[in-house]
Write a protein that binds this ligand. Structure first.
Ligand code: DX5
Ligand code: ZN
Length: 222
């Protein structure tokens, strides 16, 4: 399957959300990435449940909700009911990750687990087959527009091997600092989903930038 592109709404113009969401509707984007931040797990507060119904109504793309919050288990059902199609929680924010994954699945959403830059992909070995998506953070979460951390490529290769070794269908998403500069290398390393905030919304022509990210050829080595 060809790779997916998920523009991150965090980089949109919040004064013109309707316009920016319809711009993404009219692009080849596959998902719309939604960054929820609590000011505790990450040093920034973005937005929460109040905005979800509006986003759901305006967007024709599946919503890929990235919960950068402590105790995500308190909110999983609520986000699923509000229209989240994918819900990713942070490994570092869950005391009982296996239970939270079941909770997301039972709520009817695809299950995602996000890893901060310092968290090893090896920690997912025993649950990899239960996860639909692993989100590898290629910046420290909390802000858009940060510089891509290069070691991410090594993590992606290791994770891809772990997934293929057990013949799982888990997808790998990369989040943070993704642009045309590193996208091809990420796809070659094994990435399946590219989140792109600033590189799409700050481009002169965001729709054309999505098209460029979608059109990159993949030369998978396995
Ligand atoms: C970072 C967020 C990212 C962010 C990506 O905490 O999880 O999704 O919006 O933005 P860019 O692509 O600008 O790094
Ligand atoms: Zn994100």
């Amino acid at each position: 399957m060809s790779h997916l592109v998920a523009p991150s709404l965090l980089a949109a113009d919040f004064g013109h959300l309707d316009r920016d969401i319809s711009m993404i509707n009219n692009s080849r984007a596959d998902w719309l990435h939604i960054d929820v931040m609590d000011g505790s797990f990450v040093p920034n507060i973005s937005f929460g449940q109040v905005l979800l119904p509006f986003i759901k109504k305006a967007s024709t793309k599946p919503l890929d909700v990235h919960l950068m919050i402590h105790h995500p288990e308190k909110y999983v059902e609520q986000f699923a009911d509000l229209g989240a199609d994918v819900i990713s929680v942070h490994y570092e924010a869950c005391d009982h990750l296996h239970r939270v994954i079941q909770q997301i699945r039972n709520a009817g959403a695809k299950t995602g687990v996000a890893l901060n830059p310092h968290t090893s992909v090896d920690l997912l070995e025993d649950i990899i087959e239960d996860i639909d998506l692993v989100v590898i953070m290629s910046v420290n979460p909390g802000f858009g527009g940060q510089k891509f951390i290069h070691n991410t490529l090594t993590k992606v290769r290791r994770l891809k091997k772990m997934i293929t070794d057990v013949n799982a269908s888990t997808q790998i998403e990369i989040d943070g600092g993704v642009s045309m500069v590193n996208a091809e290398e990420l796809l070659k390393a094994g990435a399946d989903v590219l989140v792109a905030g600033s590189s799409v919304f700050k481009a002169d022509d965001p729709v054309a930038m999505v098209e460029r990210l979608k059109s990159i050829e993949q030369y998978k080595s396995f």
